[in-house]
Design a protein around this ligand. Structure first.
Ligand code: SF4
Length: 365
């Protein structure tokens, strides 16, 4: 197994923000986040040692979780679905065939350092290595950020590559989490992208509004309001307990700017692999103004095999979910396959009702 990359706090190299902004961001990340097992045990009301925790699991991909996310865990429950997403455990040390450091072939998708292209018409900028939370199942947990973040010189080269390729009509800001960047840096980046005539849409992939909703500050809202490109914000929530009143309030502010809000989840064993949890997640997302878009089959990254749900069971779960909810609340179960021209949809699949049965018509408005 390749050694996982150790993430720096803010290391993307985009021209640095003013010192006062740096201080504010440092405060946001350090004071608001728990980074030690002892602090996590105390905040989660669990007696140390935390169940399954081993320092070796956190060695390359450290424990990091915002306090506000821990506050949504059931106190004293070692099997809490939010806790399982962030707790480094001994299970991560298992070497499992088929699981590796580059599960979807991103090294091969790099067009220039920090710029990945997997699908026609879209490209993805790795804006930063930093995230507000470290999700143990993250498919980029071993990503070589030191070589592949769009730092100052690299960002210029990445923007030049985007400007040269008129087929690129959508740019996706990813990471890490792009909301780890200051509003000043986001503005500089979006201004550069808006100046490229053939770029028509901006997409931002972020888990921060869910795990650290206080990041949705006045400056960030002003950034969204000032964007010249139609923008899609793709959030990342996995369990209904993640959606509390603070997250709803953050989503309301985001919606008021006119951006499109979608959610993508990852199907995770022991976290959200039950129909009631998935159904309630969809309901709560919709109540917050967010449409469930994708639920990803786990990407086979080293250290995350214990989260895998088999395809048969995953399809059955989505079928059962579709039997309970209207179609717009049923996310597509997808898998990313290296080299494929699009994500592969595993479920829901078209099924033809038997003669005489009462199938629901999908025609008309
Ligand atoms: S927030 Fe996203 S990029 Fe960051 S660790 Fe979690 S899944 Fe990975």
């Amino acid at each position: 197994m390749r050694a996982p990359h150790k993430r720096a706090a803010y290391d993307n190299g985009i021209p640095p923000p003013p010192p006062e902004r740096t201080a504010a961001l440092a405060t946001l990340n350090m004071a608001d986040c728990i980074t030690t097992p002892a602090a996590l045990a105390a905040a989660a009301h669990l007696p140390p040692p935390l169940p399954g925790y081993v320092p070796a699991a956190a060695a390359g991909f450290p424990l990091k979780v915002p306090r506000s996310f821990v506050a949504r865990m059931a106190p004293g429950d070692p099997r809490d679905p939010l806790l399982r997403q962030v707790l480094p455990t001994v299970a991560e040390l298992a070497s499992v065939p088929g699981f590796g450091p580059d599960p979807v072939g991103e090294r091969a998708a790099a067009r220039s350092p920090g710029l990945l292209q997997k699908y026609r018409g879209r490209a993805l900028l790795i804006t930063t290595a930093a995230c507000a939370v470290h999700c143990r199942y993250c498919f980029r947990r071993a990503f070589p950020y030191a070589e592949q973040s769009a730092g100052t010189a690299r960002l210029r080269a990445a923007l030049a590559a985007i400007a040269r390729d008129e087929s690129l009509e959508e740019i996706i800001l990813s990471g890490g989490d792009p909301l780890s960047l200051s509003n000043t840096r986001l503005t500089a980046l979006s201004n550069s992208l808006s100046a490229i005539a053939h770029v028509r849409r901006l997409r931002v992939h972020t888990r921060t509004p869910v795990v650290l909703p206080s990041r949705i500050d006045d400056g960030f809202i002003a950034w969204l309001q000032g964007l010249k490109l139609p923008t899609v914000l793709v959030l990342h929530a996995n369990h209904p307990n993640e959606i509390n009143s603070e997250v709803r309030a953050a989503c309301a502010r985001l919606r008021a700017t006119g951006v499109t809000l979608l959610n993508q989840s990852v199907l995770l064993k022991g976290v959200n692999d039950e129909v009631p949890a998935l159904a309630e997640l969809s309901r709560r997302l919709f109540a917050a103004g967010v449409l469930p878009y994708y639920i990803h089959a786990l990407d086979p990254v080293s250290g995350a095999a214990h989260f895998a749900v088999g395809d048969r069971r995953a399809r059955r779960l989505l079928g059962d979910l579709a039997a309970q909810l209207p179609g717009y609340l049923v996310p597509r179960l997808v898998r990313e396959i290296e080299g494929a021209p699009a994500k592969v949809t595993l479920a829901p699949r078209l099924s033809v009702p038997r003669a005489g049965s009462h199938g629901t018509s999908t025609g008309g408005c």
